[in-house]
Design a protein around this ligand. Structure first.
Ligand SMILES: Nc1ncnc2c1ncn2[C@@H]1O[C@H](COP(=O)(O)OP(=O)(O)OP(=O)(O)O)[C@@H](O)[C@H]1O
Length: 211
């Protein structure tokens, strides 16, 4: 699904990582681990084409997506990618239903089934800004279930949550991987790391990984 070859990233004179190689196949979950500041979020941003690597290639189903122009990058993000960030990235002053509608595409499951899956049955008409942090993260999860992206990138998705909500996030990400999506999760949480098929230590940065 996604393969990284000889990837490097520097900010000025500071090199975060270089010669980074990893592969995540469809149906697999990879944990990105490593010390704070080692560049996990930066790697996720490179995979999501939000940031350009300093060198190397990112192949998505054989295509080097680092070479895409602005339109190709937008299309890749729109059609293939799903994000789960700690700040939820939701439209705060819109309803839960409107937030799900943004991700809807042909063949998406209906709102009530995904809201039921994340424990928000009957909440579609509520405004997102009135929801708690855990509920917002569940809306973000529901949006992933609606979008059904091929590649899911999650940055500390359980960081601000209690253990029940954290376990639900991991369960839903696992469900998405079982359905054939590749899932990459940056995390400091040992339970989340252990729930993944394998872990890649960004601090080590020369260790090849396959998931
Ligand atoms: N646009 C930027 N310009 C300069 N430095 C940056 C930029 N973005 C990130 N960095 C630096 O790169 C380093 C890695 O940041 P990143 O957020 O990727 O680390 P991380 O492993 O995700 O950290 P944490 O576990 O604390 O979330 C940090 O030192 C950060 O300050």
């Amino acid at each position: 699904m996604i393969t990284v070859r000889n990837l490097s990233k520097s900010f000025g004179a500071r090199t975060l990582w270089e010669d980074l190689d990893l592969t995540v196949e469809a149906g697999r979950m990879l944990a990105l681990v490593g010390a704070s500041g080692s560049g996990k979020t930066t790697l996720l941003n490179c995979l999501g084409l939000l940031e350009r690597p300093s060198g190397g290639r990112i192949l998505f189903e054989g295509t080097d997506v680092t070479r895409l122009g602005p339109r190709g990058r937008r299309r890749f993000r729109r059609d293939e990618l799903g994000y789960l960030f700690q700040d939820y990235a939701l439209i705060e002053d819109a309803t839960v239903r409107a937030n799900l509608a943004v991700a809807r595409r042909r063949g998406s499951p209906d709102d009530e089934s995904v809201l039921g899956r994340v424990g928000l049955a009957g909440r579609a008409q509520e405004k997102v800004h009135r929801l708690s942090g855990g509920e917002r993260q569940r809306v973000a999860l529901a949006r992933l279930l609606v979008k059904q992206p091929s590649l899911v990138l999650a940055d500390e998705p359980t960081g601000a949550l209690d253990s029940g909500n954290g376990a639900m996030v991991v369960d839903v990400l696992r469900e998405l991987s079982r359905e054939g999506r590749a899932v990459v999760i940056a995390t400091h949480n040992a339970r989340v790391r252990d729930a993944c098929d394998s872990a890649f230590d960004v601090s080590a940065r020369r260790t090849p990984a396959t998931s």
